[in-house]
Design a protein around this ligand. Structure first.
Ligand SMILES: *Cc1c(COP(=O)(O)O)cnc(C)c1O
Length: 381
């Protein structure tokens, strides 16, 4: 049996979410754009789900644009705003610790002639306000900074960054995929203009997410796709009703269990951290002072990262992010925090979920401890 501690890559679908999705499929929900009774019934289901998602982030339902996930939401936010104006005089600011779905879009926009500035991270995993201040220019159109980093769990000062951007007339996008369902979020009071959300990081199904579009960004955003005009013309295509129902249910459950979920995640990661940080040579990556409760990232010094990961048998964890692993390179996020390649490779990201038990955490801690201590003994000193 494997202990699954890779919820930041994807959470299992909550059984209650799976149940309402199966009901939708069995019912054969119609196209919600159709004007007949079956279409209107499907539309009602979609709008109920939209309201649940909006309620979890303090938004208005009409501001939620369904996408295939946070990747597409990130693409829509950045391309949709930056391509709407001529290349000359377009400036974008992103942090160096963003998800690939933001960084790779920024790279593409550079190829298209857009100016991009990359803001560094401090050693604690926080993007400093002073660095944001230094990067902003008179022609900055948009800044993108994530709310919760997917590798370290560090919660960025998005409110402070947004206030700074607002005073300089720049719009702000935040990738909130790891924040949704894990930390309390009120997007309007955070001061951002756009936010990316994903269902499969919080008990919902993969393949569905949303872009929250606030009032300042709405008139400026252009679609990437053209078609049937769905989602206020910003994201055409027939709405996947069962996916949306699942996302809505996951948000409803997260809102109902907000405090118990957070306390549960905190107890689990705290127990794991206490056990492993007591070992010699183990360090935490990213500050514990501002960290989402479900994530813990540790470095194990004196051992080879590849050997360490290979010996974590019976444990599903990740090195950097799942996407980074596919590329087979050390985590650029940990490198941005000042770790060298060796330390970045000998790092483990643990992420817990609603179904994780304290018993599983004890098993996991033992697996890691035994593997690490054995490798330390073998290592030349
Ligand atoms: C998982 C993740 C994404 C990608 O979300 P998908 O819904 O899988 O496209 C983007 N950003 C962050 C921070 C993530 O953790």
């Amino acid at each position: 049996m494997t202990v699954y501690l890779d919820h930041a890559a994807s959470t299992p679908v909550d059984p209650r979410v799976a149940a309402v999705m199966a009901e939708s499929l069995a019912r054969g929900d119609a196209n919600p754009s159709a004007t007949h009774g079956a279409g209107r019934a499907a539309r009602a289901q979609v709008e109920t789900a939209r309201a649940e998602i909006a309620a979890l982030v303090g938004a208005q339902p009409g501001e939620i644009i369904f996408t295939s996930g946070a990747t597409e939401a990130d693409n829509l936010a950045l391309f949709g705003l930056m391509r709407a104006v001529p290349a000359r005089g377009r400036h974008l600011v992103v942090s160096r610790i963003e998800h690939r779905a933001v960084l790779d879009v920024a790279g593409r926009l550079e190829v298209e002639g857009c100016a991009v500035s990359y803001v560094p991270s401090g050693r604690e995993g926080l993007v400093p306000l002073s660095a944001v201040d230094a990067a902003l220019r008179a022609d900055t159109r948009l800044l993108s900074v994530m709310l919760v980093n997917n590798e370290t769990g560090v919660i960025q000062d998005v409110g402070g960054i947004a206030a700074l951007c607002r005073s300089r007339d720049a719009l702000v996008h935040t990738d909130a995929a790891q924040a949704l369902g894990h930390i309390r979020m009120d997007l309007p009071s955070l001061g951002v203009d756009l936010a990316s959300l994903s269902a499969h990081k919080m008990g919902g199904p993969p393949g569905i997410g949303a872009l929250w579009v606030g009032a300042r960004a709405a008139p400026l955003l252009e679609p990437m796709l053209y078609g049937g005009g769905q989602e206020r013309g910003l994201r055409p295509g027939t709405l996947p009703v069962h996916q949306i129902i699942g996302f809505g249910e996951a948000c409803r459950l997260a809102r109902l269990a907000e405090s118990t979920d957070a306390a549960h995640y905190q107890a689990l990661t705290h127990a794991l951290a206490s056990h492993l940080l007591a070992l010699p040579g183990v360090r935490r990556n990213g500050t514990a002072q501002a960290c989402a409760p479900h994530l813990l990232n540790l470095s194990f010094s004196g051992v080879d990262g590849e050997a360490l990961h290979a010996s974590l048998i019976g444990l599903a964890v990740s090195g950097g992010s799942a996407c980074g692993a596919a590329r087979g390179e050390p985590s650029y996020v940990l490198r941005a925090l000042g770790l060298d390649d060796t330390a970045a490779e000998a790092s483990v990201r643990f992420s817990v979920g609603r179904q994780t038990t304290l018993k599983e955490i004890e098993i996991a801690a033992k697996i890691v401890e035994n593997a690490y201590l054995r490798l330390l003994e073998l290592a030349p000193s």
